[in-house]
Design a protein around this ligand. Structure first.
Ligand code: SF4
Ligand code: SF4
Length: 447
């Protein structure tokens, strides 16, 4: 297989980054890569999927990584994983000698070691220049589940129709399940034995970068976890704050201590991400120096500034992300700078995961294992979003009342646009097609 065939098969199978970003994987693959990094950091607290898949589907994942390395004619594939994922590590160590181009790199237990730029630095010692992309330093980073999806696409000719999701927190039986894409969160909570407190907030994703959702939200190709927390939990409260409230709080109490900037992982790698300067500009209405606003363009949204660094519980991350979205909507991009200088204090300023979990008030949920279920799961209906990836929304090619089988293409990408093909995730009848989603009811499912 050559690189074009590999990319085409991955595109046709609808593979996108399963770690949360959702970037179409075929677009990431590039013949200039010398290093392919398998990201098994799973650095967000309480997430379990990647370490569990690595322990179970070790051969599938390593063989797919090896195939990518060989097809791209790269020099090496690196499995980057934390030493604390003992089961996965044992499985890797038992097999890695069979793959001559694959090596292992143990990551420190710090957050956010799964961030692409941070991971490349940890695994290769190279810094992706500010405003640039990993391929300029010869690296491609792929999430563990993404590589399993590539294996399924190439070896088993199976498109992406299912997703592994961990349901944890205030549920009776935390669990990791493999469900059809488009399954509603309320179904997942039932699979985890139901909620165990009356009033809950639901986070889709990890506690740091996840978003608040309701129980009717469907899971997508990028959903790694559903966190069920008491409604009054700090994480739920913090995620409910509005931009106006966040700015008012900055105006009242930001002390310009700089801790948000001093602990920012991107800043520590030499990128000019300086949340304290944006906070100062917002608090004081300083618009004369636009560089304070442009600093937001390099923010990776990790949340260290907001959930760990700020002693006043202010929200630099949220404000950086608001500012970044507005600048990008106006077509502004980061300028590329080759002059990144890694801060010599980076190692001692790194945030240990255990401390982060304690700060987030999540220690009580951290020892929960959420075992992976091997049971095949059937659902009555799915609502499949047409935008589950970076790029333009996919366009439906099915009509209401049409019968479909799991794996049929139900939405395609407009010509030459960045996007991903979407497949039916269950056998059934198309019940509803809107601009945003396609609902399929299973044959024999409840009307
Ligand atoms: S850490 Fe908080 S108080 Fe300190 S500069 Fe940043 S936003 Fe202001
Ligand atoms: S969220 Fe905060 S800590 Fe993380 S990159 Fe952005 S500014 Fe830096």
């Amino acid at each position: 297989m050559n690189i074009e065939e590999l990319k085409q098969r991955i595109f046709e199978s609808g593979v996108v980054g399963a770690g949360g970003a959702g970037f179409p994987t075929n677009v990431k693959l590039n013949e200039n890569a010398d290093t392919i990094i398998l990201n098994c950091a799973e650095c967000e607290p309480l997430l379990r999927v990647d370490q569990q898949l690595m322990a179970i589907y070790t051969d599938e994942i390593i063989s797919a990584l090896s195939l990518i390395v060989e097809t791209l004619k790269a020099n090496v594939g690196i499995i980057a994983i934390k030493a604390k994922y003992k089961e996965a590590l044992e499985a890797i160590n038992n097999r890695i000698s069979q793959y001559p181009f694959i090596k292992l790199h143990l990551l420190p237990d710090i957050y956010p070691s799964g961030d692409e730029v941070m991971m490349i630095y940890e695994a290769t010692g190279k810094v992706v220049p500010r405003g640039s992309i990993p391929i300029v330093v010869g690296a491609i980073v792929l999430n563990t589940e993404t590589v399993l999806n590539i294996y399924n696409a190439i070896i088993k000719q199976q498109p992406v129709t299912k997703k592994y999701v961990t349901i944890t927190g205030e549920v009776n039986s935390p669990i990791t399940v493999c469900v059809p894409i488009g399954t509603k969160i309320k179904e997942l909570i039932k699979m985890a034995g139901g909620q165990r407190v009356d009033e809950i907030g639901i986070v889709m994703g990890g506690p740091m970068t996840g978003i608040l959702v309701d129980e009717d939200t469907p899971i997508t190709k990028t959903t790694k976890a559903i966190l069920v927390l008491p409604k009054k939990h700090t994480i739920i409260q913090r995620k409910q704050a509005t931009t106006v409230l966040n700015i008012k709080k900055v105006m009242s109490v930001c002390s310009q201590c700089r801790m948000c900037t001093d602990l920012c992982p991107r800043n520590l790698l030499g990128h000019n991400v300086e949340p304290h300067r944006l906070m100062n500009a917002l608090a004081n209405g300083l618009t004369i120096d636009s560089s304070a606003f442009l600093t937001a363009l390099g923010c990776c949204s990790c949340g260290i500034c907001e959930m760990f660094a700020c002693h006043h519980e202010l929200s630099p991350r949220s404000l950086m992300m608001d500012c970044k979205a507005k600048l990008m909507a106006k077509g502004l991009k980061q300028t590329v700078s080759e002059n990144s200088r890694v801060n010599p204090q980076r190692d001692i300023r790194a945030v240990q995961t255990k401390r982060l979990i304690a700060r987030l008030n999540l220690t009580q949920y951290n020892n929960i294992k959420a075992p992976i279920s091997k049971k095949e799961i059937f659902v009555d209906s799915v609502e499949i979003p047409l935008k589950q990836h970076v790029g333009v929304p996919s366009i439906s090619n099915v009509e209401e009342q049409q019968l479909v089988h799991a794996g049929d293409v139900i939405a395609t990408v407009p010509d030459a646009a960045l996007g991903a093909v979407i497949h039916a995730s269950i056998d059934g009848k198309v019940e509803k097609v809107t601009q945003n989603s396609i609902t399929i009811r299973a044959r024999g499912g409840r009307e």
